[in-house]
Design a protein around this ligand. Structure first.
Ligand SMILES: *[C@@H]1O[C@H](CO)[C@@H](O)[C@H](O)[C@H]1NC(C)=O
Ligand SMILES: *[C@@H]1O[C@H](CO)[C@@H](O)[C@H](O)[C@H]1NC(C)=O
Ligand SMILES: *[C@@H]1O[C@H](CO)[C@@H](O)[C@H](O)[C@H]1NC(C)=O
Ligand SMILES: *[C@@H]1O[C@H](CO)[C@@H](O)[C@H](O)[C@H]1NC(C)=O
Ligand SMILES: *[C@@H]1O[C@H](CO)[C@@H](O)[C@H](O)[C@H]1NC(C)=O
Ligand SMILES: *[C@@H]1O[C@H](CO)[C@@H](O)[C@H](O)[C@H]1NC(C)=O
Ligand SMILES: *[C@@H]1O[C@H](CO)[C@@H](O)[C@H](O)[C@H]1NC(C)=O
Ligand SMILES: *[C@@H]1O[C@H](CO)[C@@H](O)[C@H](O)[C@H]1NC(C)=O
Ligand SMILES: *[C@@H]1O[C@H](CO)[C@@H](O)[C@H](O)[C@H]1NC(C)=O
Length: 890
């Protein structure tokens, strides 16, 4: 039962021996390949031709189809190729926060019939939004904000009947807001949309009356900072669902329609900085209003409106420069949530009396430049009051007669008094030094104006953490810092997200966290209102830390071959680092003890029991790799780089060097290292040693001069793999797997046999790599192992088919097919597989036990090698001392 995954894997190996790989849909692979060619800084594991099978960062698949690409904040740069259309099953595309993504959005994107989320927040895209976007019938979520799009909002967007979220803010869009006319669609048709976020563009013309109807279900209407003119249509009052209305910073004129106070769900109302005339709008009945800003409009001169003290939810009343005159009612200040009263530049006169019953949240009363002539001071008062520019301050020196430097105290997540972190790391609230993911959280219409309130921001932190946790993200803690109101009236604060377990995030982590923020999976606590996140590039992936920005196409050979397992190992190994650094700060490291950082108290048990693997010092490996020179750089991956090194005895090794540290996984690391050092077989790549010294973590493997089988099959390594060599390689791989399965103690299931994980030595002996990723069989829960069949149709090179013995290929295919039988009972064991390949080789006139030919020998020469005296080196004698007699099928 447990072994049958191994059989499937072997099938893949066999199929690949026939010259093929990959299970990802060909169109998808070709499209991704084309996208890749246009991009820089693609994830290093975007290598090979099986994006789905080899789990490319940011790519999710359903069966063989790519359904999601999420690549936020990884510093991706380049253009979006029109070949994106090849990904016809794509449902989600998120390239947010990659400012280097520029150029137009290709029109062909309209062919992605299944696309439901198109999220390109904070990139550098330009040109018009293609009208073809209107054919994306399944689109639910469209966020193109924070780019450089120009031209009009395509009317075809009105065709997107499933659209829920439409964010086009922060671009250079111009023209009018399109509404339907005849057969031309328009935004008035988007009856399922909840969000129109069009702020910070250059939209002009009137807001069409037709845009609004009682069919709309909008909750957020954000049209601020455009060039809209004309009057506010009375039809706005029909959209009863509205909660946030921002029409401020336009050129709207005329009087505010009376229907406005029909919008009884509105909490935030911004009409500031327009040319609105007539009476101040009557807001009576808008009982949920928190934040009202009607400033800077030439309203008719008016007395204090009666509703001003009737809005029980009011936190912020901002009516600067609105031609209000008369005396402020005391009752205004007793609105129990009131925080800010901004009435600068009006004609308020008489005595300012805030009573004794004023809101305990009251923070600021700004009455600069009015006609207040006295102030009824009743005992001590806590809010900040500014009366500069009023008669009362003529020659006055009281506190309220000076403009304070800073009106709002600011918030920062409380942190302990931490030790200083070295290099570019930052101390988390729990004093762990790490590289946080950061960016700006921008709230477009918060309901409050007190930016010093700990309770409010703590609730934001809690909600962020709860969201990351419920989506299983490796987040240790978050901080929010320095909330400020920017020129657009947005609340901007800096967010830092700290990794848990290790001191940096990997690309999967960043892209997922980025997605949680870009697609609004995270919903802020009530009161924060609509937001967007503008993430920074994350420059601290392990492979970037040393300044390597090399294209991953140059990283092959051992890198891809032993990559995945070592990545895991090194991350685990790196885990020891942070812990170690910390301890180093307290006590001097026992340099002589290579296992000094294995602290039994951190559940990692005793020092590792290593068989044969040697402990290298940093200095040694530095020397052997010629100071990790560029010339010896033979690949890289998520874990760091791989260097070729030469030991003093002339032996070549591959040194995998991790870049970053983390603080967990001591036990796992130890287990893996012990496992790797114990497993010795001629057909398994062996661990020569390791290093953790100077805060460095490295694994040293035997060097495989002929690279991966994949390189051999694709011709990249320049080795001709004829049928005989392929059979030998298949046999070697099978024997390696059989050893893991039948002879290793405890048995090991590899789980990831593929041509990239089969390396070839100088004599083209196949060696299986990457079994560090394997699961010990004893630990496998109820013997349940994923058994998805990988691999695609094999294509047999006709030359190969002609170079081979009659009958052997049929038998080989037959064997392969038996390995993927539905029922475990019908599948052969690894032992049987090995025997069968041996038999096939004998049929073909080859000695399965003969030493492999060297890569430089031709087929003919190699055939002579068949007579090559049987070397004394038993297949199983490789330091493990196993003899063939032990190799019995299960
Ligand atoms: C699009 O989605 C539908 C419904 O989920 C599915 O049947 C169809 O196969 C998908 N199209 C592609 C090209 O994947
Ligand atoms: C609107 O969608 C229909 C399919 O539902 C399509 O035929 C039509 O071309 C689209 N119109 C525009 C303007 O995109
Ligand atoms: C106010 O809302 C109700 C309910 O949607 C609607 O029937 C009425 O016409 C609206 N009044 C105005 C003046 O828009
Ligand atoms: C404001 O509206 C309310 C309710 O619609 C009404 O009772 C009141 O008279 C209006 N006030 C003014 C000044 O128009
Ligand atoms: C305040 O202004 C109002 C309206 O302009 C005026 O009627 C009133 O007399 C003024 N009161 C004082 C004390 O100046
Ligand atoms: C902070 O906000 C909370 C929730 O809105 C409120 O209950 C509390 O009174 C506020 N604290 C201060 C000091 O304003
Ligand atoms: C990336 O990080 C996530 C979460 O910490 C982890 O589950 C995953 O295994 C990591 N990926 C790699 C390739 O190490
Ligand atoms: C964001 O993505 C998650 C996960 O795919 C999805 O469940 C959610 O509906 C998306 N949110 C929006 C607003 O589309
Ligand atoms: C982003 O990539 C560019 C090269 O494409 C590089 O110059 C820059 O330093 C990178 N920035 C970060 C923050 O990694």
């Amino acid at each position: 039962m447990m072994c049958w995954r191994v059989h499937l894997c072997l099938l893949v190996a066999l199929v690949q021996v026939f010259g093929i790989a990959a299970r990802t849909n060909t169109d998808d692979f070709v499209a991704l390949k084309s996208l890749k060619e246009e991009w820089e800084n693609i994830p290093p594991n975007w290598d090979g031709d099986d994006p789905c099978g080899s789990n490319w960062d940011g790519i999710s698949c359903s069966n063989d189809r790519v359904v999601s690409i999420t690549l936020a904040s990884i510093n991706l740069s380049g253009h979006l190729s029109s070949d994106i259309e090849g990904l016809s099953a794509l449902q989600t595309l998120d390239l947010s926060y990659n400012k280097g993504m520029t150029g137009p959005l290709p029109s062909s994107i309209g062919n992605l019939q299944n696309l439901s989320s198109l999220i390109l927040v904070g990139c550098g895209f330009s040109g018009p939004i293609p009208s073809s976007i209107g054919s994306l019938q399944k689109l639910v979520y469209l966020s193109l904000n924070l780019n450089k799009f120009v031209g009009e909002i395509p009317p075809s967007i009105g065709n997107l009947s499933n659209l829920y979220w439409l964010d086009l803010a922060d671009n250079k869009l111009s023209g009018t807001i399109p509404v339907s006319k005849g057969s031309t669609p328009g935004l008035d048709m988007l009856v399922n949309a909840k969000h129109f976020h069009f702020g910070k563009n250059q939209l002009s013309g009137e807001i069409p009356s037709q845009l609004f109807s009682s069919k709309l279900t909008l909750i957020h209407l954000l049209l601020e900072s455009n060039q809209l003119s004309g009057s506010i249509p009375s039809s706005l009052g029909l959209v009863q669902s509205l909660e946030v209305v921002r029409l401020d910073r336009n050129s709207l004129s005329g009087s505010v329609p009376e229907s406005l106070n029909n919008l009884t769900s509105v909490q935030e109302l911004f009409l500031a900085s327009n040319k609105l005339t007539g009476p101040l709008p009557n807001l009576t009945g808008m009982d949920l209003l928190n934040y009202v800003d009607l400033s800077n409009n030439p309203f008719d001169v008016t007395g204090i409106p009666p509703w001003i003290s009737s809005l029980q939810s009011l936190t912020s009343l901002i009516l600067e420069n609105t031609h209000i005159e008369g005396r402020l009612p005391v009752s205004l200040f007793s609105l129990f949530q009131l925080q800010t009263v901004g009435l600068k530049n009006n004609r308020i006169n008489g005595t300012l009396d805030i009573g004794s019953n004023y809101s305990n949240q009251l923070q600021l009363i700004d009455l600069q430049n009015n006609f207040v002539d006295s102030f009824a001071q009743r005992g001590g008062y806590s809010p900040q009051i500014i009366l500069v520019g009023n008669p009362i301050c003529d020659g006055g020196t009281e506190n309220y007669c000076t403009v304070p430097q800073q009106t709002n105290s600011s918030y920062s997540t409380p942190t302990k008094n931490c030790f200083r972190c070295d290099s570019a790391k930052t101390a988390s609230p729990a004093c762990k030094c790490a590289y946080p993911y950061s960016g700006d959280l921008v709230f477009r219409a918060p309901s409050f104006s007190n930016f010093g309130n700990i309770t409010i921001f703590a609730s934001l932190e809690q909600k962020l953490m709860a969201t990351f946790r419920s989506h299983s993200q490796p987040v240790d803690s978050v901080t929010v810092n320095n909330p400020t109101k920017n020129v657009d009236g947005y609340l901007v604060l800096n967010l830092q997200v700290f990794p848990s377990g290790q001191d940096h995030f990997n690309r999967t982590g960043i892209t997922r966290i980025g997605f949680i923020l870009s697609n609004q999976t995270f919903k802020p606590p009530s009161g924060f209102g609509p937001f967007y996140f503008n993430g920074d590039n994350y420059p601290n992936f392990a492979d970037l830390a040393a300044g390597s920005h090399k294209s991953p196409s140059s990283s092959i050979i051992i890198g891809s071959a032993v990559g995945a397992s070592v990545l895991v190992l090194l991350l685990l190994l790196a885990g020891v680092y942070a812990l170690r650094q910390k301890r180093r700060a307290e006590t001097a490291v026992k340099k002589s003890d290579p296992f000094g950082s294995w602290d039994p108290s951190t559940s990692s048990g005793g020092v590792p029991q290593l068989k044969g693997a040697r402990c290298f010092s940093f200095e040694e490996l530095k020397k052997y790799s010629n100071n990790f020179s560029e010339m010896n750089d033979i690949g890289s991956g998520g874990f760091g780089k791989v260097y070729r090194g030469t030991l003093p005895n002339g032996r070549l090794v591959a040194i995998k060097r991790a870049q970053q540290g983390s603080s967990q996984g001591g036990l796992e690391f130890k287990t893996e290292i012990e496992l790797l050092s114990r497993v010795h077989h001629k057909n398994l790549v062996s661990l020569v040693g390791f290093c953790f010294d100077h805060g460095e973590q490295m694994l040293v493997y035997e060097y495989m001069i002929n690279g991966t089988l994949r390189d051999g099959l694709t011709g990249r390594s320049g080795i001709r793999l004829d049928w005989m060599r392929r059979l030998r390689i298949a046999l070697g791989a099978a024997r390696g797997v059989q050893y893991l399965h039948d002879l290793a103690d405890p048995p090991i299931i590899h789980r990831d046999i593929k041509s990239n994980n089969i390396l070839l030595d100088e004599r083209l002996n196949a060696k299986v790599a990457d079994f560090g990723l394997s699961k010990l069989m004893g630990e496998t829960e109820s013997g349940h192992v994923t058994t998805q069949v990988k691999g695609t149709m094999g294509v047999l090179d006709p030359i190969v088919a002609a170079n081979m013995a009659p009958g052997s290929v049929e038998k080989f295919v037959d064997l392969a097919l038996r390995c993927v039988q539905e029922s475990g009972l019908n599948r052969p064991t690894m032992g049987e597989v090995t025997k069968e390949i041996e038999y096939i080789m004998e049929l073909a006139g080859l000695n399965p036990n003969a030493e492999s030919a060297s890569a430089s020998e031709s087929y003919e020469e190699a055939k002579k090698g068949f007579d090559h005296p049987y070397t004394n080196e038993s297949l199983f004698a490789y330091s493990g001392g196993y003899t063939p007699s032990k190799l019995e099928p299960k």
